[in-house]
Design a protein around this ligand. Structure first.
Ligand code: BGN
Length: 379
């Protein structure tokens, strides 16, 4: 009898041990496949479009979003922390957990540092600036990888013979814009030939050409020699046309006059079209920014500005440019904005596009914009 009891007990113990083994085996299998699938996924991210095995792994949509591309100058096979962040788009062909959607970018970006030390004495080379900004993609574009910005911003720089300034501008601005979580593209609008410079017409060209390239909704117009001294001066568009460069070193860090709108300004597409863009007929230095200011106020808008402590700028010192002499007609012209703005502007813009070159840190658009009309003979 007791033997029978012992036998049954032993049988039960054996069954229990067997069951435990089975459960243990099942848990091991689940864990094994889970870890394996994660490794599979990470591995595919390492190889996306780059390694010899790239085509074997599925393409993940977030690569398109972050703008990374084959042949990009990222260190090979080492994904940056930014690249490994999930995108807002669901991954196709994925059999496991869906990635977290990308949140909208915060109103105040968390990584800003405030006041910046800006100097132009250290040697600057384009290679150095390229090395410092590996996440900027071809044509000078960048999209934050970890949040969704509300606006897409085109930064337009009128240009002629200022390569030295451009290096500093790119050196300082790319990291600032990245910290500000701006989705942006940089467009250098290069006036070909040696005829009189026309800043506002080049800005109109920049607006037009940037829109052919991507669906921008905000346009920031910046001189190449102006560097913001505070990264809290956020380069996006506002409810009203924005004047950013309100406190330049050359004006003693003050606004030179109440209606000043020069240096760096920004308008949304809607604001820009409301004023028929900028005037095309200001040849040479001065007045075009005042005309733009007039257009803004005449169309019922007013200029918005940052705090004077934040809107500080350093200007890179330089000689006055050749072929950009003060325009003697500017005094008369700014009195007439009301009569000229409907016919002279983005609606009447004419130019010849000569080339578009995409460099690692900017897009260079070279154009012929003509020359000033002959002055009427006196008498
Ligand atoms: C103003 C210029 C602006 C220039 C600022 C700062 C004119 C128009 C006639 C009064 N305006 O005087 O274009 O940005 O100085 O340099 O010259």
């Amino acid at each position: 009898m007791s033997r029978l009891m012992l036998g049954r007990t032993l049988e039960r113990v054996c069954k229990a041990v067997l069951l435990l083994c089975l459960v243990h085996f099942l848990i091991m299998m689940i864990l094994y496949f889970d870890v394996y699938s994660q490794r599979f996924d990470i591995f595919s991210r390492f190889n996306n479009g780059r390694g010899a095995n790239a085509s074997r792994w599925p393409h993940h949509s977030y690569y398109n979003y972050s703008g990374a591309r084959p042949n990009a100058t990222f260190p090979s096979y080492i994904p940056s922390s930014e690249q490994l962040l999930p995108s807002g788009k669901p991954e196709q062909n994925s059999t496991h957990t869906t990635p977290k959607p990308i949140p909208p970018c915060p109103e105040v970006p968390p990584g800003l540092v405030g006041r910046l030390l800006i100097e132009f004495s250290s040697l600057m080379s384009m290679e150095r600036v390229q090395r410092e900004n590996p996440n900027v993609t071809e044509g000078g574009k960048y999209t934050p990888p970890d949040c969704r910005p509300k606006q897409k911003v085109a930064i337009i720089i009128p240009f002629r013979h200022r390569e030295h300034h451009l290096k500093y501008w790119l050196h300082y601005l790319h990291p600032i814009l990245r910290r500000q979580k701006i989705d942006y593209g940089i467009y250098i609008i290069n006036q070909l030939g040696e005829d009189t410079f026309n800043r506002a017409k080049l800005l109109n060209v920049g607006y037009t050409e940037a829109l052919k390239d991507a669906e921008y909704d905000c346009f920031i117009f910046s001189d190449v020699d102006l560097i913001p001294m505070d990264d809290r001066n956020l380069y996006h568009c506002y409810d009203q046309p924005r004047h950013f460069a309100i406190a330049m070193d050359k004006f003693g860090f003050r606004l030179p006059y109440a209606g000043y709108f020069g240096g760096v300004s920004g308008l949304s597409k809607k604001q820009f079209l409301k004023i028929n863009g900028f005037p095309n007929e200001y040849w040479g230095w001065g007045g075009e920014d005042d005309d733009i200011y007039n257009r803004i106020t005449l169309n019922g808008m007013k200029v918005s500005r940052p705090d004077v402590k934040i809107g500080r700028y350093r200007m890179i010192k330089h000689e006055r440019d050749k072929h950009n002499e003060p325009n003697p007609q500017r005094f008369n012209k700014i009195q007439n904005t009301k009569n000229t703005m409907r016919k002279d502007g983005i609606s009447s813009l004419m130019y010849r596009l000569v080339s578009i070159k995409k460099y690692p840190l900017y897009t260079n658009i070279s154009v012929e914009i003509g020359k000033p009309p002959p002055r009427p003979l006196r008498g």
